[in-house]
Design a binder for this molecule. Structure first.
Ligand SMILES: *Cc1c(COP(=O)(O)O)cnc(C)c1O
Length: 389
């Protein structure tokens, strides 16, 4: 089937919710993928931060295939091995008390929101259920996580939205103004991803955590995009030296398979008891087998230092490009602010030259696989230099 035919069939049968590039990707290896015509692309997207180990990492493929040949699913009515190992690793790596597994970022955030509200309900009773989120945030596409998202454009068409969210600019004055006795949690991304790779100010974060701790207001860190080594630390919270009460993970955790996780601190372990929450596919053995390989690679000081170093190198090389005004972000989560060109045009030009990049707001966004090699970085940079000269 040629590309035009594929595109026609896609447009005919799949709801048109995505603005796809004119290319059909068929296979990949490392940080390089191939379209149906055999054209190769360096991948600076990781499938939006998902393919942490690149395409078809041999150890990952082996673990996932073996698990598929052993047990794909059985339901959470029974114990299984892959989620057992994964939860243990996550608790050891992050120091959290326990984990709940779902299948996506939005689902993880829903679990976090439920946990925060239940914590407050158990302790303070009804009415202390409001959650403050930050302007320019992104927390997902379900009706509740759209409501949690602090951008008006997401609050259209699908109402009534879930009640109980209020928005504050990322500064203490605004947060203090938004907080009263009815607030149970603040939810944030340390680096706002979809919002344009915007890191929160360190002083603000430290002050916010102290403020919340004093009032027994929980902090929920949405690390769906920043987590699992993406920023050069396992969690972005480590850059800020703070410990959120609840952390959500998803994108990079499974290395290409759908999985989400809610990590709660030890003292919150009892909040979500029997029958309070669930997910049919949550903790799926194949997804967890893939995630176990991701963590075996990523939970390693040297690996994380290399991610940070690759990020620094990319940042330095991009900063000197003619059309680059600034580069934001940490590790392999970078946003490139342009002087003249439009981010979408840059992405299109890069595609034509054999490089996949993302956009976020007005920026070009780069989320290369964490395992990307120096050679692959060099090839990708060459194309970016051409386009951003
Ligand atoms: C992608 C993303 C989500 C939503 O994740 P899905 O898996 O698409 O539901 C939520 N929060 C952040 C910060 C994200 O980057």
């Amino acid at each position: 089937m040629n590309f035009q035919k594929i595109k026609e069939q896609d447009k005919k049968n799949i709801l048109n919710t995505y603005n796809r590039f004119d290319v059909c990707i068929e296979s990949g290896k490392g940080a390089v993928c191939k379209d149906v015509n055999g054209k190769k692309y360096i991948d600076f997207t990781s499938g939006i931060g998902v393919n942490s180990l690149g395409f078809c990492h041999p150890e990952w493929v082996k673990a996932v295939s073996e698990q598929a040949g052993k047990l794909a699913h059985i339901s959470n009515l029974y114990y299984t091995l892959p989620d057992n190992e994964l939860a243990k690793t996550l608790c050891e790596q992050t120091g959290c008390g326990a984990v709940f597994f779902g299948n996506s970022g939005a689902e993880a955030n829903e679990g976090a929101i439920k946990t925060a509200r239940k914590y407050s309900f158990d302790k303070y009773g009804k009415g202390r259920d409001q959650i403050v989120t930050l302007t320019n945030s992104f927390h997902g596409r379900t009706v509740t996580t759209l409501a949690a998202t602090g951008q008006d454009v997401f609050h259209q068409y699908f109402g009534p939205f879930t009640q109980g969210f209020r928005y504050a600019e990322p500064n203490m004055e605004a947060v203090e103004a938004a907080v009263d006795g009815s607030v149970c949690a603040v939810m944030l991304e340390f680096i706002q991803g979809e919002g344009g790779v915007v890191p929160l100010d360190e002083k603000f974060v430290k002050a916010l955590f102290a403020f919340c701790q004093e009032r027994d207001i929980l902090v929920i860190a949405d690390e769906v995009q920043t987590g699992v080594g993406r920023t050069g630390k396992f969690l972005a919270s480590e850059h800020y030296g703070v410990r959120p009460d609840i952390t959500t993970l998803a994108k990079g955790l499974g290395g290409g398979l759908p999985i989400g996780a809610v990590l709660v601190e030890e003292r919150l372990k009892g909040v979500m008891g029997y029958s309070s929450h669930g997910s049919t596919f949550g903790g799926n053995p194949i997804a967890c087998a893939g995630a176990n390989v991701v963590l075996r690679n990523v939970c390693n000081e040297r690996f994380l230092r290399e991610v940070a170093a690759k990020g620094e190198k990319l940042k330095a090389c991009l900063s000197v490009c003619g059309d680059v005004a600034a580069v934001t972000g940490k590790g392999l989560m970078l946003g490139v602010q342009l002087k003249k060109q439009k981010a979408g045009d840059v992405a299109q030009k890069c595609l034509e030259k054999g490089l996949l990049v993302l956009t976020a707001k007005e920026k070009v966004r780069l989320l290369p696989p964490l395992t990307i090699t120096d050679d692959e970085i060099k090839k990708g940079l060459q194309i970016l230099w051409d386009v951003l000269a």
